[in-house]
Write a protein that binds this ligand. Structure first.
Ligand code: ZN
Length: 256
């Protein structure tokens, strides 16, 4: 056993036996780890509040090289309260947590992914557009799934400005000059492609605002779905949830 302290984000927790819980935490210094937490349903257990979804904290852990690790305590607890209280934001955030969980193996040290996930969730919690943050996260973590489509220049001539479309055949974007090289290119809206290229290269820690109209957002969603279908091929329940959310959001809008 190894005693360690690390920042971490709760990925999920579930009840185990009568009084205990199994909790999966993405830690900054030891990757994703599964913990066994005893007596968590008892009153006054200091760990109860920290085990809520959408909470970031410094965890004090007993790490085991295989099997379940143990959680000894937590400090500097930061619940992402805005996300916790909003079903839509919680939907997007759950999807980001699930994607991070799917993208790398357990116990793999990946502080960069941890920090990126933490940054995205904190931005959503601060009121940044959850849909756009989600798209940026999706585009930037493609490489964790072992794929590296080329977005920054035309794969044939290196052109970096103008209109682009995506080509599976070439594994990257084509400029208008080279659209004819692939009849089966995505035929995506150029505005959507513009933003996806931007999302791929953007440093989120420096972004102030990005405004995108709902029509273009819809097309961005469609293109990223196509990329994920083609290269990643996972179907997360939380993704279906956010797709369905758009339908309720429209239902809940007052009729014009
Ligand atoms: Zn070209």
């Amino acid at each position: 056993m190894q005693l360690a302290e690390s920042r971490g984000l709760i990925l999920f927790s579930r009840d185990y036996k009568e009084k205990d819980k199994l909790v999966k935490i993405f830690t900054e210094s030891a990757g994703k780890q599964m913990f066994y937490v005893k007596g968590v349903h008892k009153k006054n257990n200091p760990l109860t509040s920290v085990l809520q979804n959408f909470t970031e904290a410094t965890f004090i852990m007993n790490l085991k090289s295989d099997g379940l690790s143990f959680l000894n305590g937590a400090k500097e607890i930061k619940p992402l309260t805005v996300i916790q209280q909003d079903i839509f934001l919680a939907g997007y955030s759950t999807y980001l947590l699930n994607l991070a969980d799917a993208a790398i193996e357990d116990r793999v040290y990946d502080p960069h992914l941890y920090q990126f996930l933490s940054l995205c969730l904190n931005l959503i919690n601060e009121g940044y557009d959850a849909e756009i943050i989600t798209n940026i996260f999706e585009v930037q973590i493609l490489q964790r799934f072992g794929v590296a489509p080329i977005f920054d220049h035309c794969v044939i001539c290196g052109q970096t400005t103008g209109r682009f479309d995506y080509s599976s055949k070439y594994g990257g974007v084509l400029c208008t000059e080279h659209f004819s090289n692939d009849d089966h290119r995505y035929h995506a809206d150029p505005a959507a492609m513009h933003f996806i290229r931007l999302f791929h290269g953007i440093d989120l820690s420096k972004v102030k605002t990005i405004n995108i109209n709902s029509q273009v957002k819809k097309e961005i969603r469609r293109v990223i779905d196509q990329l994920y279908e083609e290269y990643v091929g996972i179907h997360l329940k939380s993704k279906r949830f956010i797709d369905d959310m758009h339908n309720w959001q429209n239902l809940m809008k007052p009729e014009a």
